[in-house]
Design a protein around this ligand. Structure first.
Ligand code: ZN
Length: 119
């Protein structure tokens, strides 16, 4: 006999199975900056047509850091940082499913103790 469907458990299972796809996730946030390179003959010297620079902003050993992303890896790194957000959202949902179950179990145990006392 199949156990009754539990939408919470189905959701939790689905999320757990999706986590493998997020294994390449990266920490930090994706930052786009504009800067002048400092070469007087460069187009950026007018202060308007600045260079675009992409960075990962994160804490390393508790210190804020900005790591430059090579131009050809910008989209890949952006996607990997986004994976971290999805991972955290999945973890939060899994935790809330488990907390709900914990509270239900506690309530059921309490009810059971009450019944046992009445026998
Ligand atoms: Zn320049």
């Amino acid at each position: 006999m199949k156990p009754p469907r539990d939408p919470d458990l189905e959701l939790r299972g689905k999320l757990i199975r999706s986590l493998g796809l997020l294994r390449e996730m990266l920490p930090g946030s994706f930052v786009e900056r504009q800067r002048a390179c400092g070469r007087p003959t460069c187009h950026c010297a007018d202060g308007k047509r600045l260079h675009r620079q992409y960075q990962i902003s994160l804490l390393l050993d508790g210190k804020p850091q900005a790591l430059n992303i090579p131009a050809k890896r910008v989209e890949e790194v952006r996607a990997k940082i986004e994976m971290r957000r999805r991972f955290e959202a999945a973890a939060a949902t899994i935790c809330s499913v488990n907390l709900k179950r914990f509270l239900q179990e506690k309530l059921q145990e309490k009810e059971k103790e009450k019944e046992d006392r009445q026998i």
